[in-house]
Design a protein around this ligand. Sequence first.
Ligand SMILES: [Ca+2]
Length: 232
Amino acid sequence: MRVPIDPIGKPFTLRLRRYEMRWVTLTIVVLFLTAYTSLGAEAPEWTFDEPDAEQELKNWIDLNQLEPLKIEKVKDEKGRERKVLVTKSLGDDPYMFPGGGWNQADYDPFSGKEYHVLYMGVRVNKPDRWQIYWVSKEDTNWSEAQHQDFTVDAVDEFQDIEVDITAGDWQKKTILRFRIDPGTSPGVVAEIDYISFRGPVGEREAQALSPGGKLAILWARLKRQKALTRGE
Ligand SMILES: [Ca+2]
């Protein structure tokens, strides 16, 4: 077959290929950007460690039946120093809004499907029922329909607790804001080392101290993800 020659003298098919290549490149870039933005915002995490501790605390407002929140340096049972948020309940309905208030937040909306485990490092003076309430894009009303209870019994020693949130269709929703009720009775003193939807910070810190820590963390994350998928 004769290849048509354009005025510049290059075979037409070659020019076409270059023209197509531009489109292929552009398509790849667009697809990549689409995939990247659809990943959504990363869920929030607070560690109360330097340098952000005081700034983190400033955005925790609209408290109910709680002594003013404070950040303290304490020692855990292994003698390790931890910077913690200290709460003390004054009634049977204490609550606080991490990173904002009932109608504002300093974090972006996040996927309940992707981030459905509440991770918390915590030590308490007595076991009690705690709660999490939330509002979502799908339901912007604060109500019992979007809440879950969980027990915290990490008495006298820090525990990394994981709460899989299965109530109120959390995993089908985009979470806008949430509140934590640190207990449901007066006199609950809690030392909260971190609150996160990304993973257990305590485990991360411990492993980071050991050689090959990063690999170990990655491996632990994969194992945990597998376990969660299996519903363990
Ligand atoms: Ca901490």
